[in-house]
Design a protein around this ligand. Structure first.
Ligand code: IPD
Ligand code: CA
Ligand code: CA
Length: 272
């Protein structure tokens, strides 16, 4: 098995450099907010953080490709070595001072994640994974939850706020989960939400409209923690499919059934 320790180290360093920039902006409260589209915010902090992260990666791996939220990149599952970067996942939280946002850095090769780092800035929680070597939080191994009864589960999600065409069915599913689980949470950072599944805080997670850089790192952290990840049809097209579902095996399958019952086949279909 290829050793990706160096890539993991660089991903951690890049995320830490990024989080320093974010912390400076947080303490000054001095940043511009612009709209990229409806409810799609970008701040100076996103742009500067991304620049610092990409520079750090390029200095060490100049040949590698990069797909990053604020500078984009090619939209397909990476075969060649590719870094997927979200400088601030949870920009709306950041812009409002709600303290849940993180830096997400992943390295993919041969169509699968090899390294994933998610640094939650507020509490300095560093989630890391290297393919085949387990998932860690601040250096200690983490494991997916062992809850097997959906009635005892806590579910994470993201509420639709840009693409609202499925809102009605989304609310139906939400009502069903309110009746059949301990509750539903919406922290506001998909990368962090997925790490909450990896650490066993959440038993499952679902959302639609996510982008590749939101999920590229945390997906490996979930897999290495023993969890399942799929699109809304139970298949593997979750990086660009815009529909994601994760959890331990039992809660993943419970959510897959729930999604099947509340959305039409067309709505569940992964984007290509
Ligand atoms: C967003 C966050 C949010 C999710 C959105 C994402 P951003 O990322 O992950 O939780 O609901 O769909 O776009 O824009 O803050 O990087
Ligand atoms: Ca994001
Ligand atoms: Ca972002």
């Amino acid at each position: 098995m290829t050793d990706y320790s160096k890539e993991l180290e660089i991903a951690k360093q890049a995320a830490q450099k990024g989080s320093e920039i974010i912390r400076n902006y947080t303490s000054n409260q001095n940043f511009n907010i612009e709209l990229k589209g409806k409810n799609d915010l970008v701040t100076d902090a996103d742009l500067e953080t991304e620049k610092v992260i990409l520079t750090h990666i390029r200095n060490v791996f100049p040949e590698d490709q990069i797909m990053a939220e604020e500078s984009a990149g090619e939209r397909r599952v990476p075969e060649a070595r590719t870094w997927l970067v979200d400088p601030i996942d949870g920009t709306t939280n950041f812009a409002h001072g709600f303290p849940i946002y993180c830096v997400s850095v992943a390295m993919w090769e041969h169509g699968e994640p090899k390294v994933g780092v998610v640094l939650e800035v507020g509490r300095d929680q560093l989630f890391t994974a290297q393919k085949g070597r387990g998932a860690r939080l601040n250096g200690s191994l983490i494991h997916i939850s062992r809850i097997t009864d959906p009635a005892d589960s806590l579910i994470g999600t993201g509420f639709p706020y840009r693409d609202l065409h499925m809102v009605e069915h989304y609310l139906d599913l939400f009502e069903y989960l309110m009746h059949n689980t301990h509750g539903v949470r919406r922290p506001g950072s998909a990368a962090y939400d997925l790490c909450c599944v990896a650490a066993g805080y959440f038993d499952g997670f679902y959302e639609y409209s996510l982008n590749a850089w939101d999920v590229a790192a945390a997906s490996l952290i979930i897999q290495e923690a023993g969890g399942e990840i799929s699109d809304w049809e139970g298949d593997d097209n979750w990086l660009f499919g815009k529909r994601i579902l994760a959890g331990n095996k039992v809660i993943h399958d419970f959510l897959l059934n729930a999604v099947e019952e509340h959305f039409t086949p067309e709505e569940r279909k992964a984007e290509k």
